[in-house]
Design a protein around this ligand. Structure first.
Ligand code: GLN
Length: 533
């Protein structure tokens, strides 16, 4: 029987303090003690999901196996605890209101005034509890997006207050993450913002049980005592979270601070043996002490915001460790690439990855990058739109179809080598209507992909509307670009490769969503291996 304990993680003082990483680290430690854990993110914005958000707004959109377009924190959860999340692991205010309004229209509340309390808070509570009732989890960690004090997070805080009251102190607890700023002029760490933030939680009826303090400098015992006294928490429940060079070190820091022990003691649960973190420590050791370096270009149009390509970046950290090397990613804005400067831009690059994306901004720079990689025998990895660019390039410059394009960019092209999928043709609504989630892919025996995967049937996650137009497949294969992966049900081409090249692979799916610390993705590993040669 699963224990079903609920841990709520809130944040105060500032955003971007790393609630997702703290939640993932705690989950990892509890898991390493033998408990089953899942993590959920509640986002207080009104979009039903982040699928319709530009990455500049909220970073990458992460896609789960069951096809949910979710917050990028779910990527961290999966990378840390190595188990897949689902639609239920990410809920937004938009989704909460949508279900309440749908129920109201159906007449479920007939005669009643529908209000934030109790109807919205009840729906929030239902969404939190679903994870516990549908899965077999000892711990359900729920991270509340945003910062305490924001108007939009109030219903979530109220829902937690009610749940705490309903569940009692031995079935739930609250961890509050804040910032302790350092004033260089007076060489002092300041706890007042933390005190104020806790006060704000108290005003809303919540006494946090554990405080995690993000800081650039170590917290001495006086500071810890002061925070404990003024925020009403035990001394041992004031946890220091120092800035570190890699997020993967955070579970080890939290272990040192005994965050997991604190949680277990408060819930009156056996601490048992210390968490088994050997494989994790080995991985962190490799990340921090690389034996080699490799320079990879990441060509995309959202490069100004690193969070836009979060999963790709993390996949390179995992794959780099396997290769005992650090991947130095050179983010290149595809709009800036032209025939005149491309040689310079890629002069000391050992591999080129063209990123996923939408729309025509910067598209020609991506197409040029694929060409440069092909012509100069530089390892090339195209993901989703990156594959589509490689296909367009090959048509134009190898097959001789001068104006080949994707109908996403040019509806009137004479050679639509990338075209809208049949199932997408009648679709007009934008939210949640792409080809999303996990699909099977059969790998062609003898292909490079088959050697890399070392298996002939794989499952990968998708997020796109356009596909390779298979009516051109024969002419591609006659000219040296081969289909190496096909969906067995729809015959959609999922992988293209050029066998007569050092390493040239494009995939219609997103391998980056599947790379975790314990299961790095084979395509990323082999791409790095090839780039190092
Ligand atoms: N815009 C392309 C499509 O919809 C590629 C999508 C992507 O790169 N995720 O097919």
């Amino acid at each position: 029987m699963a224990l079903r304990k609920y841990i709520f993680v809130t944040g105060g003082v500032a955003s971007s303090l790393g609630k997702g990483i703290i939640s993932s680290s705690l989950a990892k430690l509890l898991q390493a003690r033998g408990y089953s854990v899942t993590i959920q993110k509640l986002d207080p914005y009104i979009n039903v999901d982040p699928g319709t958000l530009n990455p500049y707004e909220h970073g990458e959109c992460y896609v789960t196996e069951d096809g949910a377009e979710t917050d990028l924190d779910l990527g961290h959860y999966e990378r840390f605890i190595n188990i897949p999340t689902t639609q239920n692991n990410n809920v937004t205010t938009g989704r909460i209101y949508q279900s309440v309004i749908n129920k109201e229209r159906k007449g479920d509340y007939l005669g009643k005034t529908v209000q934030v309390i109790p109807h919205i808070t009840d729906e929030i509570k239902r969404r939190i509890k679903i994870l516990g009732t549908r899965g077999n989890f000892d711990f359900i960690i729920t991270e509340i997006g945003g910062t305490v004090g924001d108007i939009e997070s109030l219903p979530y805080i109220e829902a937690i207050r009610q749940l705490r009251w309903e569940m009692g102190p031995l079935n739930s607890l609250v961890i509050h993450l804040t910032l302790v700023p350092y004033l260089a002029a007076s060489a002092e760490l300041k706890t007042k913002p933390t005190q104020h933030s806790v006060k704000m939680l108290l005003e809303n009826g919540i006494q946090p049980n554990i405080l995690v303090l993000r800081t650039e400098h170590p917290l001495n015992s006086d500071i810890r005592k002061k925070v404990a006294l003024f925020c009403n928490v035990e001394y041992n429940s004031v946890i220091e979270s120092m800035d570190v060079s890699t997020i993967y070190e955070v579970p080890l820091l939290m272990q040192k601070e005994d965050l997991d022990g604190s949680v277990l003691r408060k819930l009156n649960l056996p601490e048992g043996a210390k968490p088994e973190m050997k494989p994790w420590k080995k991985f962190v050791g490799k990340v921090k002490n690389p034996k080699k370096y490799v320079r990879i270009a990441l060509v995309g149009k959202y490069v100004e915001l690193p969070d836009s390509y979060k999963s790709i970046m993390e996949s390179f950290v995992h794959a780099g460790a396997v290769n005992d090397c650090k991947v130095n990613l050179e983010s290149i804005q595809s709009e800036k690439i032209n025939e005149g400067n491309i040689g310079n831009i890629f002069s000391d690059i050992q591999g080129i990855l063209v990123a996923p994306g939408f729309g025509d901004r910067g598209i020609e720079g991506k197409i040029l990058s694929a060409r440069f990689a092909r012509e100069n025998n530089i390892p090339f990895f195209g993901i989703c739109l990156g594959l589509q660019c490689a296909i367009i390039e090959f048509a134009r410059n190898v097959i001789g179809l001068d104006d080949a394009h994707s109908t996403e960019m040019d509806l009137k092209t004479a050679h639509p080598v990338i075209d809208l999928m049949e199932e997408q043709k009648g679709v007009t609504i934008k939210g949640g209507t792409m080809r999303l989630g996990i699909y099977p892919c059969n790998i062609k025996p003898g292909s490079r992909a088959s050697r890399i995967y070392n298996q002939l049937e794989v499952m990968e996650r998708h997020r796109h509307r356009y596909e390779f137009n298979s009516s051109y497949l024969k002419i591609y294969e006659d000219n040296g670009m081969m289909a190496a992966g096909i969906n067995p049900d729809t015959e959609l081409v999922e992988i293209m490769e050029i066998p007569d090249h050092k390493w040239f692979i494009g995939v219609q799916f997103h391998p980056e969503y599947r790379s975790t610390v314990l299961n790095p993705h084979p395509l990323f590993i082999d791409f790095i291996r090839a780039a190092l040669i």
